[in-house]
Design a protein around this ligand. Sequence first.
Ligand SMILES: [Zn+2]
Length: 285
Amino acid sequence: MSEVKTVPGVFTRRDPLNTAHPVVFDSPHSGDQYPADFEFDVPLEMLRMTEDAHVDELYGAAPEHGATLLHAHFPRALIDLNRHPLDLDAELLDAPWPDALQPSRKSEVGMGLIRRVAKDGVPMYRRPLSVAEVRQRIEQYYNPYHDELSSIIEGMHQRFGVVWHINCHSMRSALGRNPRPPTWKPNFIVSNRDGDTSDEPFLKFIGDFFRARGHTVLVNRPFKGGEIVRRHGDPGNNRHSVQIEINRKIYMDEVTLEKHEGFPVLQEQLNQLICEICDYATRAL
Ligand SMILES: [Zn+2]
């Protein structure tokens, strides 16, 4: 039983190549297919630095180990799957949004559902966006991805009664402009929104895996986990979602996005992680 489902420009889902485990990895920010009608007003190279480049490839062996892998084709700069659909900045729009918006701190700094800035002080667009074009991004890109992830998680939960979901990201090595503690970036940040999206043993299992390989790891800080784990994790009902952030400096050049010698080393460790999570799932069933 092996299946690949692709919606061109939107996502690819790869199902297990052998015995299926209730384990799913999703990579929402590694997409690099910029649609022809995406009219941004900054250099493409600047926008590309917002991609979690190569993360889909880092976890690419998931189906060989019996896990499912979902990854987006479109870039996070187009629409951010890891934001609430109402986390939208009214300033971006040429007319009021039909529903009451819920802009978070992310929207305030220009990095909500639709980015206002490519990076600090660099506006993405030279004109306001229409409600229709933002709605089109939600309907054509955002909803299909979340629907597919829901359907994977729902299917596993129905079949096994439990599901383990890993939401896969990478992060800049530099600290952001908010110098709140900690004042350093570890190799990995694992998070479950302070216990809301997975049980503690699963989160600890993943943190310990990286620590045992000599990596620095922080738990639930400075990132607690975003919209994807919030939406899909429900530990009280045996749906465990953990977000993993990998420091980009350990596998690529953050400016050119070229993989460096650390890439194969990290990829091999992640192969082991996938394998161990599938074993963890088997033991827990
Ligand atoms: Zn990300």
